[in-house]
Ligand binder design. Structure first.
Ligand code: PRX
Length: 651
C-alpha cells in the first residue's frame, strides 16, 4: 500500500462505535436477518434468478441464468423483457397509474407532479418522436438535459424502442459532449434551451450547438423548453420537444427486448485521457438495480417518498433515480437546482414539504451541510426521514455522525453504499434492518456479490489493507467498453488474474467490516465525481503557453479531493493561473477546474523521466517528503515546497 493509504488505515483503526438496527426499525423492515445472504451463499446464480423473477416482468423466460466467459458475462440468456414496460406499464396495468412517480421541484420554485400514468403517456409519445426522427433499435441517442422529468422520459423512451442512451452531465463542456457523441456515433441529441442553477439560467443548447460543429452523425436535435433563454434553431435539424410531442401518436407498444440488449452507454474517466463508454444491458442490470434499491433502502413502495439528490448525468441518477426506483414503483422527489438557493436550507425545506422518508446523497454534500451548520436542518421538521444513504466517496466518521444526528434525528440507519459506474448497482452496503453499522464503513458485500481484498501479488487478505477486487460476475456488471473490449480486459481484469479490480484500496477490520480508502490509481474523486489526472493534464497542455503539466488529487476537507496542478510554461511565456483554470473548464467542464495551479520551471521526475506524482501529492498536502534519492533533480522539490507554502490557493 502507498504510505498515505497506510496512514488512512491507521486513522480508521480507531473507529469503534457500532450502531445496531433499532427494534423500532426492525419491526417493519424487509430484511432483519441473514436469510438473503445465506440463500445467495448457497447458489448465487439461483439467488439472482429468484430475485429477477420476483422483481421484474419477463415476456419470455431465460434459458441460462449466467453465461460466464471471463471477462464477459451474459445474464438471463434467452430471456426477453422491456425495461420501460417494467418501469411504467406494469404499474399502470396493476391500477397504480395515479400514483406519483415524481414530485418535481424546479429551482425557481415551480413544481410538477408526474404520475405513473402521465410518465407512461409521455414516454410513449416521445418514443414515437424518436422513431419519427429515424431512431431504430440498436441506435444511440445522446441526452444533455438539466434535472427535469424529460430526462427520465427520454431515457425510458430509448429503452422502449431498444435504442441505447448516452447521457452527458449538463456541466460538461462542448468538447466533452462532442467527444461522447462521436464515440457513440449518436443519431439524435436531446437537450434543453437551458436549466436553472443558482438563480440563473445556464444555457445548454448553445453549448450543444458548439459541440455539434465537430460531429457528423447527429441528424436530429430535440430541444426541451425549460430556461426560456434565446436559442438558435437549425432548420430541418432542430425541433422543439413540445411541438413534436403535440403531434406524436399516443401509443407505442413496448416491444420485448433480449436480456442482453444494450440499454445505455455512460462515459466515465479512466486512467488515460480518453473517457470510457461503459456498456450496460437490460435484464441483469434491471434486476440488480431493482433488488438493491428495494433492499438497501428498505423500500416500502406504498408509503415511502424517496429522494436521491444525484444528477441523471451520473450513474447514480441512472440506477437510483430512473431504473431502480421506477422498476419498484416508488414515489420520488426530483430537484433541479443547487442546495443553497435561495437559502442554505433548501434541501431540508424540500424534505419537509414532500415528507421524504428515504434520502440518498454524497459525503461531499453532507460535509457542505455541516459547514453551513445544524441550524439549517433544524429549521424544518425532518421527522419523516427513516433511512439515509451515502454514495460516491468514502464518508469520514465525523460526517457520518453529523448526518445521523442532525439529519437522521439520531434514529435513522445510514447505508453507506460502495459501487461504481462499472458495477451498475450497489455492491457493498449495509441492509438497514439487518446490519450493525460503524461510522465510515460500507460494511459487507451484498447478497449475491463476491468481494475480496488482495495484496499486490494477488493473494487474499483477510485482515488489514489491500486492493478491492470482485470475485464473481454480478447481474449489473458492465458488459465492456464501447468499441474497445481489449481496453476493458486490460483495465479491469489484467491486474489480478480472474478478478475484477475496482481501482480502490480498502481495509478489513477485525470484525470483517470493509472500509473503503479511495482510489489507488490516477483517478481523482472530486465531490464524488470521477476525473482522471491525465484528462486534466491533456486539457492543460492543450493551452499554447503550457509545456508540461502534472495533476494530482490532494485531500480536501469538503470535496474529498481537490485538483492541484503543477505547470511548466513554454520558454518566455507567462499566463495567469485563472486563464488556465478557465481553459480546463472550457475543455472538460467546470467540475475539472484545478483548485490551485503552481508554476514551476521543472517537474520532479525520476531519472527515467517519469513524473513523481506521489511526491507532488505529498507536496500538495504539506507532508514531509520521504526518500527523494530517485529524483533526477532534487532541488526542484524544495522549490515546489517553498511555493506551496507561500502561495495561497486561488480559491
Ligand atoms: O472510489 C470509489 C468511489 O467512487 C468510485 C466510483 O465512481 P463512479 O463510477 O463515478 O460512481 C460513483 C457512484 C457510484 C469508486 O471506485 N466510491 C463510490 N462509492 C463509495 C466510494 N468510495 C467509498 N465509499 C463509497 N460508498
Amino acid at each position: 500500500m502507498p504510505t498515505d493509504d497506510a496512514q488512512a488505515i491507521d486513522a480508521l483503526g480507531w473507529e469503534k462505535r457500532t450502531f445496531p438496527p433499532s427494534a423500532a426499525f426492525k419491526r417493519d423492515a424487509l430484511v432483519v436477518d441473514t436469510h438473503l445472504y445465506d440463500d445467495a451463499a448457497e447458489d448465487y446464480h439461483g439467488f439472482w434468478a429468484r430475485q429477477s423473477a420476483d422483481l421484474l416482468a419477463w415476456s419470455k423466460d431465460w434459458s441460462t441464468i449466467c453465461e460466464w466467459e471471463l471477462p464477459f458475462a451474459k445474464w438471463f440468456v434467452g430471456g426477453q423483457l422491456n425495461v420501460s414496460y417494467n418501469c411504467l406499464d406494469r404499474h399502470v396495468i396493476a391500477g397504480r397509474g395515479a400514483k406519483v412517480a415524481f414530485h418535481f421541484e424546479g429551482e425557481p420554485g415551480d413544481t410538477r407532479t408526474v404520475t405513473y400514468a402521465q410518465l407512461l403517456d409521455e414516454t410513449q409519445r416521445f418514443a414515437n418522436v424518436l422513431k419519427g426522427l429515424g431512431v431504430t433499435k440498436g441506435d444511440r441517442v445522446n441526452i444533455y438535459l438539466p434535472m427535469i422529468p424529460e430526462a427520465a422520459i427520454a431515457m425510458l423512451a430509448c429503452a422502449r424502442i431498444g435504442a441505447a442512451h448516452s447521457v452527458v452531465f449538463g456541466g460538461f463542456s462542448a468538447q466533452s459532449l462532442s467527444d461522447r457523441i462521436n464515440d457513440a456515433e449518436a443519431k439524435v441529441l436531446v437537450t434543453a434551451d437551458g436549466g436553472w442553477r443558482r438563480g440563473e439560467v445556464f444555457p445548454l443548447k448553445p453549448t450543444a450547438d458548439e459541440a455539434l460543429i465537430s460531429t457528423s452523425t447527429v441528424t436530429g436535435v430535440v430541444v426541451v423548453r425549460r430556461g426560456g433563454n434565446e436559442v438558435a434553431m437549425v432548420e430541418g435539424r432542430d425541433h422543439w420537444y413540445h411541438e413534436l410531442m403535440d403531434t406524436a401518436a399516443a401509443e407505442c407498444p413496448a416491444e420485448p427486448m433480449d436480456s442482453e440488449q444494450l440499454l445505455f452507454l455512460l462515459y466515465t474517466s479512466g486512467t488515460t485521457g480518453k473517457p470510457k463508454g461503459i456498456m450496460h444491458t437490460s435484464g441483469g442490470y434491471l434486476t440488480h438495480v431493482a433488488f438493491t434499491h428495494k433492499y438497501v433502502f428498505d423500500l416500502h413502495a406504498d408509503t415511502d417518498v424517496y429522494w436521491c439528490t444525484a444528477d441523471v448525468g451520473w450513474v447514480t441518477g441512472h440506477s437510483y433515480i430512473v431504473y431502480g426506483p421506477l422498476a419498484n414503483g416508488a414515489t420520488q422527489v426530483m430537484y433541479e437546482g443547487v442546495p443553497n438557493h435561495p437559502g442554505n436550507d433548501r434541501i431540508w425545506e424540500i424534505v419537509e414539504k414532500y415528507g421524504v422518508t428515504i434520502f440518498y446523497t454524497a459525503p461531499t454534500a453532507i460535509r457542505t451541510y455541516m459547514k453551513w451548520g445544524p441550524q439549517e436542518p433544524a429549521k424544518h421538521d425532518l421527522s419523516s426521514l427513516r433511512v439515509l444513504g451515502s454514495v460516491g466517496e468514502p464518508i469520514n466518521p465525523e460526517a457520518w455522525m453529523w448526518y445521523q444526528e442532525h439529519i437522521g434525528g439520531g434514529t435513522c440507519p445510514i447505508v453507506d453504499t460502495w459501487w461504481q459506474t462499472e458495477t451498475g448497482g450497489i455492491m457493498i452496503s449495509p441492509l438497514p434492518g439487518a446490519t450493525t453499522t460503524k461510522p465510515g464503513s460500507a460494511t459487507f458485500p451484498l447478497p449475491g456479490i463476491g468481494a475480496e481484498l488482495v495484496d499486490e501479488n494477488g493473494a487474499r487478505v483477510d485482515a488489514g489493507g489491500g486492493y478491492l477486487t470482485l470475485t464473481q460476475p454480478w447481474p449489473g456488471m458492465l458488459r465492456g467498453i464501447w468499441g474497445d473490449q481489449e481496453r476493458y480486459r486490460e483495465t479491469y481484469w489484467s491486474r489480478f488474474p480472474g478478478r475484477y479490480f475496482a481501482g480502490d484500496g480498502a481495509k478489513l477490520d477485525d470484525d470483517g467490516y470493509l472500509w473503503l480508502l479511495g482510489r489507488v490509481d490516477d483517478v481523482m474523486n472530486v465531490s464524488g465525481h470521477r476525473i482522471s489526472t491525465t484528462e486534466v493534464e491533456s486539457a492543460l497542455v492543450s493551452h499554447p503557453s503550457v509545456a508540461e503539466a502534472a495533476v494530482v488529487g490532494a485531500t480536501d476537507p469538503t470535496t474529498g479531493q481537490a485538483i492541484i496542478a503543477y505547470v511548466t510554461l513554454r520558454g518566455g511565456l507567462e499566463v495567469d493561473a485563472k486563464v488556465l483554470r478557465d481553459h480546463v473548464a472550457h475543455e472538460i467542464g467546470a467540475i475539472a477546474k484545478p483548485k490551485a495551479i503552481y508554476f514551476t520551471p521543472e517537474l520532479p521526475k525520476t531519472r527515467s523521466g517519469k513524473i513523481m506524482r506521489r511526491l507532488l501529492r505529498d507536496v500538495a498536502e504539506g507532508r514531509n517528503l520521504g526518500d527523494t534519492s530517485t529524483l533526477a533533480d532534487a532541488t526542484v522539490v524544495g522549490e515546489l515546497q517553498r511555493r506551496a507554502a507561500e502561495e495561497p490557493s486561488p480559491d
